[in-house]
Design a protein around this ligand. Structure first.
Ligand code: C2E
Ligand code: CA
Ligand code: CA
Ligand code: CA
Length: 275
């Protein structure tokens, strides 16, 4: 907290002003990055729990920034959302990642993060349909990852847009499960194919009985509702074994592969390892 006194106040104002200038500059730079198509996409593998083979990749946006190096999406995604750039950003990520996925074995899926802001608008369903059409990726190979943030908006509208996506054949995953306004109630109301158990639960596995019980219950509940489960942030063999034991379907995390700009190399390496 800032102490009283005019000197401190001036310093505080300057800091605020600097933060606003920085934000504005960053926004301008993000606009430029979008105009010049210079955002990149990294792909992180998802593996089947049973045999640990790759079943798909999640697209993660990257911004190679000329001055700041690599800016984290945790920083620029919120900025894109509040400055009206998220639509354009998502369109670029979707287009590039659908093009990449065309080269993968046809049983592998592509997962793309979709901001709650976009799910409000009906145009969005049309935009996805158009991108699938233009890239030629079959709709059933695409999975959209949404978050509990969608509940900030009119749920009825969000549900109808998700239903429209499902009607196209697109799958829907609930990301970061357990971190938001989790209500088990919505699991029965939202048209969801998959739950992604947040990495904060995975990180505590084996350390805390209550935490392990929550994970086990969530997997069991999802199963009884016909919903698949992916555990995120799996970093150790011990975590993977505990998750397998409770019946989790698939894993994602550094133990199996970091996000990479060259997913084909990973696919080829797996093919060679298990002919
Ligand atoms: P997320 O969707 O939960 O993505 C998973 C994040 O966990 C990624 O961070 C990934 O690199 C990281 N991760 C993967 N495995 C591990 C692990 O074993 N341990 C740990 N500690 N972390 C792991 P990243 O790439 O920095 O992305 C951060 C967030 O930014 C994403 O979280 C997602 O919410 C958002 N994001 C990224 N790309 C996009 C995008 O294209 N559109 C939207 N709307 N959001 C995006
Ligand atoms: Ca995600
Ligand atoms: Ca997540
Ligand atoms: Ca997250």
């Amino acid at each position: 907290a800032k102490a009283s006194g005019p000197g401190h106040y001036v310093q505080f104002k300057q800091e605020l002003q600097t933060a606003q200038d920085d934000r504005f500059l960053l926004q301008r730079e993000l606009e430029t990055a979008l105009e010049t198509n210079s955002l990149e996409v990294a792909f992180q593998p998802l593996v089947r729990a049973e045999d640990r083979r790759i079943i798909g990749f999640e697209a993660l946006c990257r911004w190679p920034h000329p001055r700041l190096g690599s800016v984290s999406p945790a920083e620029f995604i919120p900025l894109a959302e509040t400055s009206g750039l998220i639509g354009q950003l998502t369109e670029q990520v979707l287009t590039r990642s659908c093009q990449a996925a065309l080269h993968w074995p046809s049983e592998m899926r592509l997962a793309v993060n979709i901001s709650p802001v976009l799910l409000r608008s009906e145009d969005f369903v049309h935009d996805i349909a158009r991108i699938l059409q233009s890239t030629g990726l079959p709709a059933d190979r695409l999975e959209v990852e949404i978050t509990e943030g969608v509940f900030v908006y009119d749920t009825t509208r969000v549900v109808s847009h998700l239903d429209a996506l499902r009607a196209l054949g697109v799958r829907v995953a609930m990301d970061d499960f357990g971190t938001g306004y989790s209500s088990l109630n919505y699991l029965t109301r939202l048209p969801i194919n998959k739950l992604k158990i947040d990495k904060s639960f995975v990180a505590r596995l084996g350390e805390n009985k209550a935490n392990d019980a929550v994970v086990s219950c969530v997997v069991g509940l999802a199963k009884s509702l016909g919903i698949r489960t992916t555990a995120e942030g799996v970093e150790t063999e011990a975590q993977a074994e505990l998750l397998s034991a409770v019946g989790c379907d698939s894993f994602q995390g550094y133990l199996f592969g970091r996000p990479t700009s060259d997913p084909m190399a990973m696919i080829v390496a797996e093919c060679k390892a298990t002919p």
